[in-house]
Write a protein that binds this ligand. Structure first.
Ligand SMILES: Nc1ncnc2c1ncn2[C@@H]1O[C@H](COP(=O)(O)OP(=O)(O)O)[C@@H](O)[C@H]1O
Ligand SMILES: [Mg+2]
Length: 322
């Protein structure tokens, strides 16, 4: 199977205080075998919502209003809870942004890892589980003694490594890393990013890396999709997006990154804020903040055009290029 994930016209809505927040707005996305696609965009763009929809883990006030998700041949949007439970964490898994809360504080790491295996393979023998746990701990550079530790005995970096080990223990075919290092100190962040990069290469992992930091995807991914206010605005091979960005938002994102911007970057943030997602946006979602925006950008939603090796949704692409 070449296409591992196919998302078509996906719209995800949250209801809150009587309002409807369109967190993901008609997104199309494909991930092929061996691709690690980076989903980048500032906080509030709908990246985690997209990931939760794929995992079938939207909160109770969130729902798929439109569209389809096919992952590893499963029609995710049609499966019921029981069917999802059988395949989630085995066929596909995720490392959360705030994964510290995902573990039980009263059980040792080893017990929780064992449980994660047994749920899907009740017949598996004790020694096989042991060796599998040790193998994934080795992969994330953790000593085997953490199996005997409780979560509170571990540092933030060790905990996040445990979460990565847990996501990988059943040898899933698709893995999502959602801001997997954001909550950590800078040094630990760098170490774990290197480890993820090595794992992605060594295990030829297919999946998504979600981050607000475009530097992270520069390290780990081969493709990038730039998301803004619930929509993908530009998508293509990593090199195209990083070194020849076309969408004004991608350009702004890259020029505000100290290491990617030419001349060292001046860390100039992008003026303005995300639009209100509870209001209907007729035109381009970035128009309010875009230096190139004209009437059409406020009036109509730009479709994707294929141009120099990537897809971009912008009416003013000719002007932007110059
Ligand atoms: N459980 C929720 N209930 C209501 N709104 C939510 C919920 N989760 C996220 N949102 C809103 O959906 C939008 C997208 O959020 P999110 O997917 O977390 O973005 P990102 O991961 O890119 O930061 C934001 O406006 C956020 O406030
Ligand atoms: Mg998020």
């Amino acid at each position: 199977m070449d296409e591992v994930l196919v998302i078509e016209n996906l719209t995800v809505v949250y209801t809150k205080n009587g309002k409807r927040i369109k967190a993901v707005d008609r997104v199309d996305l494909k991930v092929n075998q061996g691709d690690m696609i980076g989903i980048v965009g500032e906080s509030g763009s709908g990246k985690s919502t997209l990931a939760h929809a794929v995992m079938g883990l939207l909160p109770s006030n969130g729902f798929i209003a439109e569209g389809k998700i096919r992952l590893l041949g499963y029609e995710i949007t049609r499966l019921n809870d029981d069917e999802m439970r059988k395949i989630r964490w085995k066929e596909f898994s995720m490392v959360f942004q705030k994964s510290m809360n995902a573990l039980s504080p009263v059980h040792k790491i080893g017990e929780q890892m064992k449980e994660a295996v047994i749920v899907h393979e009740p017949e598996i023998g004790e020694t096989e589980v042991e060796s599998r746990m040790k193998k994934v701990l080795d992969m994330v550079n953790l000593p085997h003694r953490v199996l005997k530790s409780y979560p509170h005995e571990l540092s933030g970096g060790m905990m996040q490594r445990v979460m990565i080990a847990l996501a990988l223990i059943n040898n899933p075919k698709f893995v999502i890393f959602d801001e997997a290092t954001t909550a950590l100190d800078v040094v630990t962040q760098g170490q774990i990013l290197d480890e993820i990069k090595n794992l992605v290469e060594r295990l030829s992992l297919t999946g998504m890396v979600i981050t607000h930091d475009i530097g992270v995807v520069a390290e780990i991914c081969n493709k990038i999709a730039v998301m803004y206010a619930g929509r993908i605005v530009e998508e293509g091979p990593k090199e195209k997006i990083l070194y020849d960005p076309l969408h004004p938002y991608t350009k702004a994102l890259i020029s505000s990154h100290p290491e990617l911007a030419e001349g060292g970057g001046r860390m100039r943030g992008i003026p303005g804020n995300l639009p209100d997602l509870s209001k209907e946006i007729k035109g381009c979602v970035f128009a309010e903040r875009c230096p190139h925006a004209e009437k059409i950008c406020f009036d109509d939603r730009p479709g994707f055009v294929k141009i120099s090796g990537r897809k971009v949704a912008c009416f003013k692409i000719k002007e932007v290029e110059e």
